[in-house]
Design a protein around this ligand. Sequence first.
Ligand SMILES: [Zn+2]
Length: 356
Amino acid sequence: MRTSVVYSPDHALHDADTGTWVGITIPSEEVPARIETIVASLRASGREVVPAVSHDDSILKAVHDSDFVEYLRGAYEQWVDWGYLDDPGQPQVTAYAFPTQRFLAPHPLRLPASPGALAGVFAMDTMTQIGKGTFAGARAAVDTAQTAADLILAGSPSAYAACRPPGHHAGAGFFGGSCYLNNAAVAAQTLRDAGLGPVAIIDLDAHHGNGTQQIFYARSDVLYCSVHVDPARGWFPHFVGHADEVGSGDGLGANLNVPIEPGQGDEAWLQGVDTIVEFAQIGDAAAVVVSLGVDAAISDPESPLQITEAGFSKAGERVGSLGLPTVFIQEGGYDLATLGSLVQATLDGFDDARGF
Ligand SMILES: [Zn+2]
């Protein structure tokens, strides 16, 4: 059976349509139409689409700090209560001050009263804002990821979770990079809690998944491996995603980053994919979670890489060659005209390799 699709219409509740980048307001590319076009394309090709099931917060709070989850849940209401919708007239929660290490030292962090400053405690950037339905949308994405993992545990060989907003930049206690809650981490933890593992998270998004890496950095039961544009060459997430980040403590050796030069095409990228697939194999992975961003595509606006649809199909094949239970989690990818076919190509490559 071809890989099925898990979907929740509630992703559309999150519609924070602008962000602040280097001080200017820009439209968000992380729009509800992304998931609608992907799911329409997958449905048209005959794949089964199953609804996401609601879960309680237990897995969510196993991968995220509880105070962070509660902050996100109440951030918009607090913004409204402080009157910020009218004065200064900002419809979305936006951080304006950040308690960086250099700012605070030698003092401990105290939570500020002002919502704009409090946002700076939990935000990694100013681009990622919190609107009225952001928490509900992000929560639905978590349910979508968890439902896909549940399908694997019930015996499906694979499932694709149409998650939005994406998650791989969100860490244990922070949000950013258009991500609020970490869907891939939730899927991996769901598999682990059922005794399946080790789990390998294979991150194919154009950007490094700094949040996922952080959550599992000191753990050996969840491997994180990623091929992405070199953050040292000026690309988000800038501060993290380097080749010398290899895990710590029990997780030493369970983290692999393969940064590649901006502008590279299929050949260099697929070599990187081979390296991380091999890493999952050597690590004796029993299940795979793929952070499937398709923003490395040549068609993507401002893509740092030049990957073709055929390249994504081959990446799907290589993941499929592992022959392991696999959950796909949607991450980035912003070109509405080609998003559906890029995801489709990846899943087709995977399904063909598995003989589905
Ligand atoms: Zn990305």
